[in-house]
Ligand binder design. Structure first.
Ligand SMILES: NC(=O)c1ccc[n+]([C@@H]2O[C@H](COP(=O)([O-])OP(=O)(O)OC[C@H]3O[C@@H](n4cnc5c(N)ncnc54)[C@H](OP(=O)(O)O)[C@@H]3O)[C@@H](O)[C@H]2O)c1
Length: 260
């Protein structure tokens, strides 16, 4: 856990996909930095999300778990945003947001010829449409100096033939990041993407289940190891901080120098 106590005092944050993995680490680090209120979004793992909420509360921040399945398109986004608005209003008496982390993602692994229309639609819904419309919903409530951080992947830079729709969905979010940066700049709000490499989470646990798979995963990075959620979350938390106010419209590599 980082010790950036106070860096995020008074800040209101929403982290999607915060029940597990990278999102849970980001939410906890924002709390460790003194964030006032954190929305912990999840899809199915209610118990895991509630544990993250408890951990955040133990650090002295307010938090709420927000359930929304995002494969179903705009209905999930509307549900999530309505629940977030209600929760913030209840806790703070007014609705505003300082840090939006669009982190929830799915990563189907199929050869190109076997990638179905359902897989394409689900992946685009969760990885691209949801961040697009969550950001649109959040826009009127984002305070000056806010942060929008989209979690991408190193697979936009390195060819991943088994992850075609995943890579393409993240390419779209990187392009959106660039396009939105000038739009939000008048309020001092930065819009950036952070691109992890192989990071030890459930997303790639099958790959890491064998010694060969673990070696392959570690070999991506110049440091010859798999990234940790802390490795990535530390970078996200930096981008979320006041110190990163002069970075916008960028994709920040968080892959430990993968495939340099
Ligand atoms: N891990 C890596 O190696 C890696 C590498 C590059 C980029 N990334 C990116 O980093 C982000 C976080 O990945 P991670 O590895 O931490 O993932 P993870 O451990 O698999 O966790 C995924 C999170 O997203 C939520 N989620 C999954 N499916 C969803 C759906 N259909 N609708 C709404 N929410 C859903 C999950 O909620 P539930 O717990 O309720 O299911 C969970 O909170 C993703 O955008 C991913 O693409 C990861």
């Amino acid at each position: 856990m980082s010790t950036n106590e106070g860096k995020f005092s008074g800040k209101v944050a929403l982290v999607t996909g915060a029940s597990r993995g990278i999102g849970a680490e980001i939410a906890q680090k924002l709390a460790a930095g003194g964030a006032d209120f954190i929305g912990v979004h999840y899809a199915n793992n209610r118990d895991a999300a509630l544990k993250v909420v408890d951990d955040i509360k133990a650090l002295g921040s307010k938090a709420v778990a927000l359930e929304a399945e995002l494969t179903k398109g705009i209905s999930g986004v509307k549900k999530l945003w309505a629940a977030f608005e209600d929760a913030v209003r209840l806790e703070l008496g007014t609705v505003h947001l300082d840090i939006l982390v669009n982190n929830a993602g799915i990563s189907p692994v199929f050869p190109f010829e076997e990638t179905s229309i359902e897989t394409v639609e689900d992946t685009i819904n969760v990885n691209f449409k949801a961040p697009y419309f969550i950001t649109q919903a959040a826009s009127p409530f984002l305070r000056d100096g806010g942060r929008i951080i989209n979690i991408s992947t190193g697979f936009t830079r390195v060819a991943a033939p088994m992850n075609t729709i995943y890579s393409a969905s993240k390419g779209a979010i990187e392009t959106l990041t660039l396009a939105l940066a000038p739009h939000f700049a008048s309020k001092g709000i930065t819009v950036n993407a952070v691109a992890p490499g192989v990071t030890a989470t459930d997303m790639n646990k099958d790959m890491r289940a064998t010694p060969e798979g673990r070696a392959e995963a570690a070999a991506f990075s110049a440091f010859s190891r798999v990234g940790t959620t802390e490795d990535v979350a530390d970078i996200v938390v930096f981008v979320a901080s006041e110190e990163a106010r002069w970075i916008t419209g960028q994709v920040i590599d968080a892959s430990g120098g993968s495939r340099l």
